[in-house]
Ligand binder design. Sequence first.
Ligand SMILES: NC(=O)C1=CN([C@@H]2O[C@H](COP(=O)(O)OP(=O)(O)OC[C@H]3O[C@@H](n4cnc5c(N)ncnc54)[C@H](O)[C@@H]3O)[C@@H](O)[C@H]2O)C=CC1
Ligand SMILES: O=C(O)CCC(=O)C(=O)O
Length: 528
Amino acid sequence: MTKVLVSDPIDHAGIDILSQVSQVDQRLGLSSNQLKEIIGDYEALMIRSGTQVNSEIIEAGVNLKIIGRAGVGVDNVDVPAATKRGVIVVNSPGGNTIAAAEHALALLLSLSRNIPQAHLSTISGKWDRKKFVGNELYKKILGVVGLGKIGSHVAKVANAMGMDVMAFDPFVSAERALQMQVRLSSIDDLFKEADFITLHLPRTSETENLVDAKLLSSMKQNARLVNCARGGIIDETALAEALNSNVIGGAALDVYSQEPLKNDSPLLNVKNNLILTPHLGASTAEAQQNVAIDVAEQIRDVLLGLPARSAVNIPGLSAEIMDSLKPHLQLAESLGLLASQVSGGQIQKIEVKLQGEFSQHPSQPLVIATLKGLLSSALGNRINYVNASLEAQGRGISVEEVKDEASPDFPGGSLQLRTFADKGTNSVTGTVLADGELRISSIDEFPINVSPSRYMLFTRHRDMPGIIGKLGSLLGTHNVNIAAMQVGRRIVRGEAVMVLSIDDPIPSELLTSILAVEGINQAHAVTF
Ligand SMILES: NC(=O)C1=CN([C@@H]2O[C@H](COP(=O)(O)OP(=O)(O)OC[C@H]3O[C@@H](n4cnc5c(N)ncnc54)[C@H](O)[C@@H]3O)[C@@H](O)[C@H]2O)C=CC1
Ligand SMILES: O=C(O)CCC(=O)C(=O)O
């Protein structure tokens, strides 16, 4: 039975799903070293934002297949390190959208009406109605930075409340903004014009300290800032200074550059115009159930050998694509595997040619599947859809894609893989029949018609009498049973290929004897 480690608090709905297929160990509050020590025992790790999964932990996870982040941001996972090791990283892109958007709105309202400060004053016995006079959001300008799922929901509610919404998001089109009744602007104009600003963008190398002293000082004096996205996007020292010197009206934060917030954080010295919550954006019962189910289902599927629907490190391979292209991906993988076993020498380049109907399919998944097949003889089960492109790059294998809409030979189109190695060029072509069966239709331009089977033998030989008999009796002597056989040639008594499907693997001494047969120039034992 597979083992899943859950190292952050996860809703029981997710644990129930995992428990159907795995042993689930819940170990909360592990230090980084403790996690590193035990991770080798697990196939899957499920986390929220509390666990930092660095490259050392990923390296130590020798059996790790998948890391599931029950939430959106995967900035606490070293995704490149996971990709390199072939570990799938999945998240729940939409499970906590509403929760985070509503928390941002709650912070906006808390800021505009001084709610936490008024609460503290009232429970201390005071009745101070003058000190806590606020502002309405109605008719004020809201600046949304990052108009994705959460930012869009905030914009929608803000519009309904009568706010004038502007946004900065370099990846959102003017049409989409118009649909949402949001006007797009530059970040500089947004910070200058808005009365309230809310951040909903990821933390990346580009967004780190995006909101710095300069941007803060360009804000209106009474403007207020909310960050319910990620710590580190705002320069916290600059923010503390801007608040203490009343350069801006106030701020409310849910996320911090270091979490939990450190005792020496400059934010803790801000006097009274700052509201802090401990990363509660996704903390609603509904969101926690959504993300736990979403991610647990994906972990379960991957452990059962099925695709994950929200993998952040498998480019272009959504569950729908995997499903609709299943036989095509299998063909691409089989051709890659075949090519790696018949081509001579170090492969430097491959050409993946999609012909006929194949050219209508997205090429990226087919290329990835081809690379996975190509590298699997060398890397075994270390290679998968996650790391195939990276491993190929690392080995200096370049990829060329060619699309050719014409396909004279096969109604369903075909996929041709050409390999360019230091010892020469080879090619294999295949197709998917109407019933989903795979066919290898040519090898090195010699026409054949075979389905890939577990063990096969491919030869290149001179077309001459007696050669097939010699080969058959050699296999018989070694007790290797032939299931099917085909010969392909272009001209009589010229060069030819022979393809045998066999029931048993070919021992190396048999391969040596086959190569010693007069007229046989090449022999390759292929395993699928
Ligand atoms: N406080 C909390 O508990 C939670 C925080 N989050 C955080 O909220 C953020 C947004 O989440 P979603 O809306 O679900 O993501 P999303 O991917 O739907 O939207 C992010 C948007 O940011 C935009 N963006 C990227 N770089 C940008 C830049 N340099 N300037 C302006 N816009 C930029 C993208 O184009 C995209 O539209 C994420 O960082 C996520 O981790 C999400 C859930 C809960
Ligand atoms: O797990 C959590 O509560 C944090 C949620 C979050 O920040 C996210 O989903 O990006």
